[in-house]
Design a protein around this ligand. Structure first.
Ligand SMILES: Cc1cc2nc3c(=O)[nH]c(=O)nc-3n(C[C@H](O)[C@H](O)[C@H](O)COP(=O)(O)O)c2cc1C
Length: 197
């Protein structure tokens, strides 16, 4: 059995014409090359959660959840660590990402979350700060390292390729090292003692 940590990379934007898949695929590939992770790239655009959270589908799920809810829930449940790649929308993060976060609870618990942001001058960091307020309620921990791409639209070469990933590589190593440390620590902790209710 592989001892790689199961990492879910979540593309946090679903907007038509979005940039989100580019940094998401980059970190997914970087994490796969890092050596410590088995990566599942989750695109919220493909998940088709119901627009309104229903009690049936939420948390305890006494009945059968719909396929979309169960499918994403299964992928989140399987993950030992998360990377969320999010833009900043009006000084926060996109509503579809909040919806996906709110749809689940136990799936997030006692797992680390790494944040990658992008946007204007602030690099999307206000989205990260809002997520840092949300995840403790789901008993997940956000890690200290972040990666951000500020004014990314100014960094394309003549072929339309983004030129910012080279500078980000050394930071990505520290980011992934910290995420792996937390992920392994919490896998062991979950095995030894269940998270108190
Ligand atoms: C609705 C909306 C609100 C935005 N608000 C901000 C903002 O508050 N701060 C910022 O730096 N960029 C903001 N932007 C610019 C986005 O960071 C930029 O368009 C980015 O590409 C959006 O991510 P996406 O392309 O993956 O959807 C906003 C963009 C949109 C569409």
């Amino acid at each position: 059995m592989s001892d790689k940590l199961k990492l879910a990379v979540i593309i946090g934007s679903t907007r038509e014409g979005r940039w989100g898949p580019i940094p998401s695929k980059w970190i997914a590939e970087t994490a796969a090359q890092h050596g410590g992770f088995e990566v599942d790239l989750i695109d919220l655009l493909d998940t088709e959660l119901p627009q309104h959270v229903t009690e049936l589908d939420l948390w305890s799920r006494p009945g059968e959840p719909g396929a979309a809810v169960a499918g994403l829930g299964e992928r989140l449940h399987r993950a030992d660590a998360f990377v969320i790649v999010t833009p900043e929308y009006n000084h926060s993060y996109p509503a579809p990402l909040k919806h996906a976060i709110d749809y689940y609870m136990a799936e997030w618990a006692a797992k680390p979350v790494g944040l990658i942001t992008y946007g204007g001058g602030a690099g999307g960091q206000r989205a990260a700060e809002h997520l840092r307020q949300v995840f403790p309620e789901l008993r997940a921990t956000t890690i200290r390292h972040t990666l951000m791409f500020s004014m990314y639209w100014e960094k394309f070469d003549e072929n339309g390729q983004f030129t910012g990933f080279g500078d980000a590589e050394p930071h990505a190593k520290g980011f992934l090292d910290e995420l792996e440390w937390w992920g392994r620590a919490l896998v062991n902790a979950r095995k030894q003692v269940p998270l108190p209710a």
